[in-house]
Design a protein around this ligand. Structure first.
Ligand SMILES: *Cc1c(COP(=O)(O)O)cnc(C)c1O
Length: 377
């Protein structure tokens, strides 16, 4: 049996739509990106959406628009994809890391306030494995200290907080369409801006700072440059894939939840394992990105052996994320490593993530359960 950790579900529809774009001759600047944005808005209820080349470029745009720069600080979880940090670090700002909550893996909200200084520009939250952060608590801090809130929703398409799609309560939200995520465009992202002015700025910065996109130019070839933008557009080819994928998101989410619950029921019964709680609770709807559990006791040191064992049995597995960001080589020179990030480090060093995506069959779930029982008996 071969069960990949992530596998995009690409059907004939995606092929047809891409073919249509390729035959049309309009490969970027065209209607597909706008349709993708429109339908993304319909699904999430978010307005002011801009398709981008990746979640990373969305994060960069958000940081750039709030004016994050050298001398500033931004508060981030220590347990996340490095993109959450690098997109702000490249602007010269200093990331201030916060440890994880030991139940959900989300940012430990109780640790944030004492890290806020005059230099703090924003808090960036990540909905770890699709479980929404308690945004209301964060928003109280954001209001009290007059700073901005950015959401990294790369794992949280379909996650809801008090009946609104995540992103709704923040200044910016960033989504990813990398193949392992809930839907894919190959590579790709989406940026939500709460504020209309920020949205207009984002539009400029996404395309070189040019004031008129290709089809808006009355006189051919004539435009002005208003800001220092780069090129972060999503092509019409990618958008076409996303558009079809978006039509399947509800069924994807339903399957993810079913698969998660099947596996979690079994993992909960195993005394050697501790489940990371990524489940839906009152007022918090999870997008069930994957299922993560921590190996308990003396066996925790053998985590990498277990990963290889699972791999050997054809079970795709992964680690989200393989190091607390402070422990990556690039960040060591900043001297964070001696600080205490015990929960974030426990997740990195002792956890295993298994797939719950819509590509899993019932027989796969049964096989995974049996193998887990054998390995962690
Ligand atoms: C995958 C991921 C990203 C990066 O997304 P890209 O679209 O590949 O840039 C950022 N943040 C988190 C939390 C992620 O999981």
């Amino acid at each position: 049996m071969k069960i990949p950790f992530g596998k995009p579900i690409i059907d004939l529809e995606e092929f047809k739509k891409v073919k249509k774009v390729l035959s049309s001759g309009i490969l970027t600047h065209g209607p597909m990106s706008q349709n993708f944005e429109k339908n993304f808005s319909k699904f999430t209820g978010l307005k002011n959406l801009l398709s981008t080349s990746s979640c990373t470029s969305s994060l960069y745009l958000a940081y750039k628009i709030i004016g994050l720069k050298k001398g500033d600080e931004f508060i981030v979880p220590a347990q996340t994809h490095v993109a959450t940090i690098n997109a702000g670090k490249i602007l010269g700002a200093k990331p201030i890391f916060i440890d994880s909550d030991n139940v959900t893996g989300n940012i430990d909200i109780s640790q944030i306030e004492k890290k806020i200084t005059k230099k703090t520009k924003c808090i960036t939250i990540v909905h770890f494995l699709g479980k929404p952060v308690d945004i209301r608590k964060i928003n109280k801090l954001v209001k009290r200290y007059k700073i901005k809130l950015i959401e990294d929703c790369a794992l949280a398409l379909g996650s809801k907080y008090y009946n609104k799609h995540v992103g709704f309560f923040s200044d910016f939200a960033c989504f990813s369409f990398y193949p392992a995520k809930h839907i894919t465009t190959g590579d790709g992202g989406m940026l939500f801006c709460k504020n209309k002015n920020d949205f207009e700025k984002a539009k400029l910065l996404r395309g070189f700072g040019v004031n008129k996109s290709f089809f808006e130019r009355k006189t051919p070839g004539i435009y002005d440059v208003l800001d220092c933008g780069l090129n972060f557009r999503l092509s019409d080819i990618n958008s076409a894939i996303g558009l079809v994928q978006l039509g399947k998101i509800r069924s994807f989410l339903k399957k993810r939840k079913q698969n998660y619950l099947y596996l979690s029921n079994n993992i909960k019964k195993n005394k050697k394992l501790k489940l990371v709680n990524s489940e839906t609770e009152e007022n918090l709807v999870s997008s069930y990105y994957c299922i993560s559990f921590i190996v308990k006791g003396i066996n925790r040191k053998k985590r990498n052996e277990y990963l290889n064992l699972l791999k050997g049995r054809g079970i795709g597995c992964s680690v989200y994320y393989p190091r607390a960001v402070v422990d990556y080589t690039y960040f060591k020179k900043d001297g964070y490593s001696k600080l205490n990030f015990s929960n974030a480090r426990e997740i990195s060093n002792c956890s295993i993530c298994l797939p719950v995506g819509p590509h899993l069959k019932q027989s796969n779930l049964k096989f995974i359960t049996l193998e887990l029982k054998k390995i962690f008996k």
